[in-house]
Write a protein of this length. Structure first.
Length: 139
């Protein structure tokens, strides 16, 4: 069995963003040479997420509104975590809701997606460099 590892780095200019990283993960798969196996893609920061869904702008706006309703950024004083001097208590909760990672099957050298599925990096406390780990195993 072969193993491949690569870090993808992202820096957003705003606090929250959803970035389609499917092409980057597909490039990793091609680089790996693996034809059958599994790809793990996970956010390596506790205020970011990796998830699978449709690449549709209305859905992304719905996510933004839903997440802000569940864990609003302001007032920052509502979060115990922010008493440490941080202002990102909401980002930790948003990450918990959206998830840390995804695993995608690899079949015949391609990511084995269902209809409309794409991989996204979700940023909830941006404006600095963060990384996503791509780990691919198989033959």
């Amino acid at each position: 069995m072969k193993s491949y590892r690569k870090e993808l780095w992202f820096s957003t200019g705003k606090r929250r963003a959803f970035i389609n990283i499917t092409r980057e993960v597909e490039a990793c798969l091609r680089e790996s040479g693996i034809r059958e196996g599994l790809a793990l893609v996970n956010a390596m920061h506790i205020t970011a997420s990796v998830f699978i869904n449709d690449d549709e702008s209305g859905l992304h706006q719905d996510y933004e509104q839903w997440l802000e309703h569940l864990a609003p950024h302001a007032p920052v004083s509502q979060y115990q975590h922010n008493r440490t001097g941080e202002d990102n208590g909401d980002a930790h909760l948003k990450r918990q809701i959206m998830g840390r990672d995804v695993v995608v099957a690899i079949t015949a050298g391609k990511l084995d997606f269902g209809p409309w599925e794409q991989i996204f990096y979700g940023e909830f406390d941006g404006r600095r460099k963060k990384r996503v780990l791509v780990k691919i195993i198989g033959e």
